[in-house]
Ligand binder design. Structure first.
Ligand SMILES: [Zn+2]
Length: 484
């Protein structure tokens, strides 16, 4: 690499510009450092322009030394190319690149032998390939070209990546270096400064810090202050969102009416002992209504209904019950006493389902639950679910009706729930099982199919079979199998 001095470069009187073809075919120098070219090679001719720009002005192919000049057979066809950004990348054969603080003119005063990597860089710069940089940099461009920066738009062709609006020529813009899809090397996209401060304040901050001449085109301090404010706002919003989430999480763990103050706690204690005490309920209704709790109105409505029926009150009571009832599945049901659920019936539950419903037992409407009936999907579900349930059922529970439980399970339940009467199917359903079935089969006559029970009388069933018509049997006949 050989340098052309400013005097020589400007010697013609007409200062060449980037892109001009100088059509040089010779380089005048007797420097012994050019001797390696005697065996053939290429000479890259550069010059240094104001603001430490480095321009490549010509490439001489196989120049021959005639005692004064190195002369190539062909004129260089290279347009003048800005290679300032290669400054830090050139290493030279010596391995000693251009020192960061040094002046280019002095560093390159002596011709330097290029390393293969240097040649590749220069060739890439010549073809414009593999370079994310715009080929032309105005003279205020930062020297460390890589990275986010603030610059003046060189044309009206760029669009703002934030608002999609055009960026006018000469307008200050933020050039953001970013990774686009599958393209290996990062490329630039541009933003209006206003847009970028809001959309990507950290990019603007980096750009402000890296651009040497930013002060010339933008008010550095004003933008920095606005970025700080923007980031502060973001932090505050993040904090707010976090607080809201945390508060919601706390509320989910312990809903407000699960943490009664002293007055409510005392009223709840009294009701746990006597759930139907109208005097206590009346005071509780007032306290809850004063707190905006709909349960207060429900209690008041139910107390009023106890002395005077009215359609309007009944309608309001039903609305409030619907509002305050726990979420249940189809087939489940709640039976209410004043203000609270007295009895809960859960139908066809698997152990997994009961596990999912674990939050149910903390529902405020079940605070004074006294009776619970659970039918399990399979007998095995009872064995799986019951031990866990014992720990979460309301303390007020006095009766637990189950469809099935082994003796071992009953003993375990009796120990875990000493205050609760455990009731099994036979006792749980006072009426005979036939009441619950609408159909029956004759186990000795499967070909009859399923018959509909059309009448029950005197301990007998009248059954209508689709194929053979109506028959009457004793309800406890051993060959009758009741079915749905
Ligand atoms: Zn914009």
């Amino acid at each position: 690499m050989a340098i052309v001095s400013r005097d020589v470069f400007e010697g013609t009187g007409v200062i060449a510009e980037l892109g001009t073809r100088l059509e040089m075919d010779r380089y005048t120098s007797t420097s012994k450092h050019l001797q390696p070219l005697a065996g053939g090679g290429r000479m890259f001719v550069v010059t240094v322009r104001p603001h430490e720009q480095l321009w490549l002005v010509a490439v001489l192919d196989n120049p021959q030394f005639d005692g004064i000049e190195w002369v190539a057979h062909a004129k260089s066809a290279l347009p003048i190319t800005d290679i300032t950004r290669l400054r830090a990348k050139l290493v030279f054969k010596s391995g000693k690149g251009i020192a960061p603080g040094a002046s280019l003119g002095q560093s390159l005063q002596t011709p330097r032998v290029l390393a293969a990597a240097d040649v590749a860089l220069l060739e890439a710069a010549i073809t414009g390939a593999a370079s994310p940089e715009p080929p032309e940099l105005p003279d205020w461009e930062p020297r460390q070209a890589q990275g986010h920066r603030i610059e003046l738009a060189k044309s009206t062709r760029s669009k703002c990546a934030t608002c999609d609006g055009p960026i006018m020529k000469g307008q200050a813009r933020v050039a953001e270096l970013y990774k686009h899809g599958d393209i290996a090397s990062p490329i630039y996209r541009y933003h209006h400064i206003e847009c970028a401060i809001d959309a990507c304040p950290l990019v603007v901050r980096t750009a402000l810090a890296t651009v040497i001449v930013a002060d010339r085109i933008v008010d550095h301090d004003a933008i920095a202050a606005r970025i700080t404010a923007r980031l502060e706002r973001e932090r505050a919003e993040r904090r707010e969102r976090y607080e809201a989430t945390a508060a919601a999480a706390r509320a989910a763990v312990a809903p407000p009416d699960e943490r009664p103050d002293d007055v409510l706690a005392s009223l709840f204690d009294q009701l746990a002992a006597a759930p139907d005490d109208a005097a206590v309920l009346g005071v509780l209704a007032d306290e809850l209504q004063a707190r905006g709790d709909a349960r207060g109105e429900l209690i008041a409505t139910q107390l009023a209904l106890a002395t005077a029926k009215s359609d309007a009150l009944i309608r309001r009571r039903d609305e409030l019950m619907t509002e305050l009832a726990p979420k249940l599945e189809h087939g489940d049901r709640c039976l209410w006493t004043t203000g609270f659920v007295r009895r809960l019936e859960l139908a066809g539950k698997t152990a997994n389902k009961l596990d999912e419903m674990i939050g149910l037992w903390r529902h405020p409407s079940l605070r004074f639950l006294r009776e619970l009936r659970i039918t399990f999907f399979m007998p095995g579900d009872a064995a799986t679910a019951l031990p866990g349930l014992c720990g979460v059922l309301p303390q007020t529970l006095r009766r637990l009706e189950l469809t099935s439980a082994s003796d071992e399970m009953l003993a375990q339940l009796a120990r875990a729930l000493p205050a609760v009467e455990i009731v099994l199917p036979a006792a749980a359903s006072a009426a005979p099982p036939t009441v619950h079935k609408d159909f029956a089969r004759h186990t000795g006559k499967p070909e009859w199919g399923r018959g509909k029970i059309v009448r029950r009388f005197d301990g007998k069933l009248e059954i209508k079979f689709p194929k053979i018509g109506t028959k009457v049997f004793r309800a406890d006949a051993p060959f009758l199998e009741l079915c749905d």
